[in-house]
Design a protein around this ligand. Structure first.
Ligand SMILES: Cc1cc2nc3c(=O)[nH]c(=O)nc-3n(C[C@H](O)[C@H](O)[C@H](O)COP(=O)(O)O)c2cc1C
Length: 530
């Protein structure tokens, strides 16, 4: 009898779906093939998950393939992150890089700071940000790998709490992203404050409805809130995933808390425009940078994707002639991530990292300015071989965004733009955030950073060097798919990196401008962790 009722109930549901399909006009397939037409939508929805879990091979997927995700995941859990039986990567594939080891690696003496018994994770930046322009508070990042710009709003409170707490354990800095300095960016880590075109947390809305930078607001909402911990300012000109494209924070996401942090009216649409109001050309930008650095005492840098070089040459001219301008330049690759961007921008606007960085580095190299600028890079660089390649090309620090997310549980569901992130990372949904335990994930993030730095250092030692800044373009080969066409980065990209003055790790450890953990030890050393 019960079975009959169930059958009748199911038949009723199918009948209702059929009537709904036949009478609606929005979808032709459902109208022409009632009930059955819906199965197509089910398959479309399940397709990505089925491909990811059952069909795609270890090296198939983008942005991050399974091998890369697994390496981050096992590193973050301190599980075995080795591979058995040999590589499953096609070493003959064009673009594959080969790091060239020396016959005799760098010998890490027993009393060396990076000896296993001391701190095998310690790799500070080889350059001091702001030193070349005599800023009042120069800054040597404690870690060559740090958290890239992601706003509170784009990522959840729990995600930022996990990242900031983890960063404070291993000495990274945390870039705020353009949404202002939230309480979740203040859990102990150094902060780089990011200024976008909306001037959130550092600006005001004018009578014309546009947003304008305001130093007093910046002082109140940023510098006074986290004294001594805001180490530098990054002005975003553009990001690789959407150069020349602004963004909107919709009214329903603009809660009282978020509005307070950003310094805007709650429950209204908030626009992040495509251009800055503080400057509109290179000359004005340099003047703005100088004024900001003078008033705050902090080093000021820019973040940008790369395309046309005309204005970069103009910037290099001004910097050479006046010894003014950005203390650091972060080059973001076109393959970079975003909370949300139109595919036309993400796929086509701006050069990928390797090409973009090459262009920018050479603009400044022509003027012999490379050692006055600290170069940053972002765009899928959170893996040891990528870090080494970037350093061989001239980078001084790396920023990572999605790799950091993967280390705290992101499953690459690619739902950041919908607000339905199932892992509680890129969402403001309280229920979804509940699943993310910030205390546990902080340790996971810290473990991943430690593994990344340790393996980078081990590869550096294999190349005969003490610090990755000593890597040269000739230390890395790149495959063009034929044995005669495996050439060094130097030949491929046609430049040599400017040599960076380097004394020893010890000197960096004793540097008065060292941020992060300073003289304290890495909090995750020899601790029983997750
Ligand atoms: C969820 C999310 C939010 C982001 N928000 C910002 C932002 O506010 N400002 C910015 O300059 N870049 C932003 N980015 C870009 C990252 O900072 C970074 O430049 C880019 O993702 C490349 O790094 P990755 O390959 O390690 O992810 C965001 C990226 C993600 C994934």
């Amino acid at each position: 009898m019960i079975a009959l009722y169930i059958l009748l109930g199911l038949a009723g549901i199918i009948l209702l779906i059929a009537i709904a399909d036949l009478t609606q006009k929005k979808n032709t397939i459902r109208r022409n093939f009632p009930v059955m037409g819906n199965i197509r939508f089910l398959f479309i929805a399940l397709g990505p998950a089925i491909r990811q879990y059952f069909i795609a091979s270890n090296r198939d997927e983008l942005p991050f393939n399974r091998s890369q995700r697994n390496w981050i995941k096992s590193s973050s859990k301190k599980e075995n992150n080795y591979e058995g039986f040999g590589t499953d990567k096609d070493l003959y594939h064009p673009g594959h890089i080969f790091v060239n080891p020396k016959m005799f690696p760098f010998k890490v003496s027993e009393d060396h700071i990076n000896n296993e018994m001391n701190d095998p994770y310690f790799i500070p930046c080889a350059k001091v940000i702001g030193k070349a322009h005599n800023r009042k508070h120069p800054f040597r990042p404690y870690s060559i790998v740090n958290i890239s710009a992601m706003s509170y709003g784009s990522l959840s409170a729990n995600a930022h709490t996990a990242l900031n707490t983890g960063a404070s354990m291993v000495g990274c800095y945390h870039n705020t992203g353009e949404g202002g300095l939230s309480p979740y960016h203040q859990k102990g880590a150094d902060v780089v404050f990011h200024i976008g075109t909306g001037y959130f947390g550092c600006g005001k809305t004018g009578e014309d409805g546009k947003r304008y930078f305001d130093f007093d607001t910046f002082q109140k909402l940023v510098l006074d809130k986290y004294p001594g911990k805001v180490k530098a300012i990054e002005i975003k000109l553009s990001q690789g995933a959407k150069p020349g494209k602004g963004g909107v924070l919709p009214a329903k996401k603009n809660t009282k808390e978020i509005a307070g942090i950003r310094g805007v009216t709650p429950h209204t649409d908030v626009l992040s425009p495509t251009y800055h109001t503080a400057f509109s050309n290179v000359r004005e930008m340099v003047d703005f940078i100088e004024e900001l650095a003078e008033k705050s005492g902090l080093p000021v840098g820019i973040k940008s994707a790369v395309g046309d070089l005309t204005q970069w040459y103009e910037l290099a001219d001004i910097m050479k002639n006046e010894n003014k301008g950005p203390d650091f330049i972060t080059v973001d690759g076109g393959e970079g991530g975003t909370g949300a961007a139109p595919p036309s921008f993400a796929d086509h606007v701006a050069l990928p990292w390797v090409f973009g960085f090459t262009e920018i580095y050479n603009v400044f190299k022509e003027k012999d300015l490379c050692n006055d600028i600290v170069f940053g890079g972002s765009g899928k660089l959170g893996f040891p071989s990528e870090v080494l390649k970037a350093f061989a090309m001239g980078v001084d620090f790396i920023n990572i965004a999605r790799e950091a997310m993967l280390s705290i549980g992101c499953i690459q569901a690619q739902e950041c733009h919908t607000g339905h992130c199932p892992t509680g990372i890129a969402t403001q949904n309280k229920w979804l955030q509940r699943g993310l335990d910030p205390a546990l994930k902080a340790i996971r993030f810290g473990n991943y950073i430690n593994s990344l730095r340790k393996e980078t250092l081990q590869m550096t030692h294999a190349c005969g060097y003490e610090h990755p800044c000593q890597m040269k373009m000739g230390d890395i080969d790149i495959s063009c798919g034929d044995n005669n066409k495996v050439v060094t980065l130097e030949k491929t990209y046609n430049y040599q990196k400017s040599e960076i003055p380097f004394d020893s790790m010890e000197t960096f450890f004793n540097c008065e401008y060292l941020g992060g953990l300073g003289k304290e030890s890495n909090k995750l050393i020899k601790k029983k962790t997750a």
